[in-house]
Design a protein around this ligand. Structure first.
Ligand code: PMP
Length: 301
């Protein structure tokens, strides 16, 4: 297992900077017993200028609030105080390229009634930028994403991730890198912690919103497509059309943009390096690190 902290690590806990090794939380928390908490996964990067920049901090903290409110957890923080605290946690841990994990959790409560308060912490750990040259072998999961009539699927709620853990462990046990999950109707939905796109004849396709987490990276990919005039369509995606595709990729804050080598053992038709998807991958990495694309790299179409 990765090591996330040591004796020196500082986290932000309900307004205070404390040592991770000394931080305490309640063993009677409703969050621990029932998976009733919400969280974010955010990245900071050392940018071209040498500054530390949290990518789309406002969008992530907006989603944290929406996640909390949609499952009836009180939420009393402003984006400004959380973003300030995040930069300060990064600074105190001497980190620039980092993964940032805020968690909103509940007090001691063994019943299901609504709480009058919530708590929060922000943890950070080192994570280097990933340049995505590895390609993934993906399989269709035997698990479906949670039915939106059973869960608030747009909330990044801890309990939903039991589904992700089961799907990921199944894929790895079968020798694949990761799983693609379907929605309750059998259409392609998303990965265990990332959204997906596929490419066919120079056009991109991605599952519509409704049965997936509305990814901030997915939105960024749509922005990149618009900026570079790459056609893209949000639609119901079948597994068969992914098997016929030229390329496919996952996108997420941690995964960034990462290409697929094969889907259910069927290799993709195009060499990854020659796809629009690869250009989007480079454009994404340029955005997060605030790097100017070379004119030749910029000629995406
Ligand atoms: N789907 C799921 C299930 C996820 O956990 C994530 C990661 N947060 C994503 C998609 C991608 O979201 P984002 O681009 O906002 O990280």
């Amino acid at each position: 297992m990765a090591s996330y902290y040591n004796n020196e690590t500082i986290l932000w806990l309900n307004g205070e900077f404390v040592k991770a090794s000394e931080a305490k939380m309640d063993f009677y928390s409703q969050s621990l017993h029932y998976g009733y908490s919400v969280f974010e996964g955010i990245r900071s990067y050392k940018t071209e200028s040498g500054e530390t920049r949290i990518f789309k901090a406002t969008e992530h903290y907006d989603r944290l609030r929406n996640s909390a409110e949609s499952i009836n957890m009180p939420y009393s923080w402003t984006n400004e105080e959380l973003i300030d605290a995040t930069y300060e946690v990064l600074r105190r841990n001497n980190l620039q390229d980092a993964y940032i994990r805020p968690v909103v959790y509940a007090p001691a409560n063994m019943s299901f009634v609504k709480n009058t308060t919530s708590f929060i912490f922000i943890e950070v750990w080192e994570m280097s930028p990933f340049f995505g040259d590895k390609l993934l072998r993906i399989m269709t999961s035997s698990f479906q994403r949670p039915n939106p009539k059973a869960f608030k699927i747009t909330a990044k709620a801890a309990g939903h991730y039991v589904n992700s853990i089961l799907a990921s462990q199944e894929a790895k046990a079968k020798g694949y890198d990761e799983a693609l999950l379907t929605d309750m109707n059998g259409f392609a939905a998303e990965g265990v912690g990332a959204n997906m796109f596929y490419e066919k004849d120079g056009k991109l396709y991605t599952p519509s919103l409704g049965n997936i987490l509305p990814g901030i990276t997915r939105a960024t990919v749509l922005e990149i497509c618009a900026a570079h005039e790459i056609p893209v369509e949000e639609k119901q995606v079948t597994l068969e059309e992914i098997k016929e595709a030229d390329a496919a990729f996952f996108c997420g804050t941690a995964a960034e943009v990462i290409g697929w080598e094969s889907f259910d053992d069927i290799p993709f038709k195009k060499n990854w390096k020659e796809t629009q998807s690869r250009k989007i991958q480079l454009a994404y990495l340029a955005r997060v690190t605030e790097k100017q694309l070379e004119p030749v790299e910029n000629a995406l179409a």
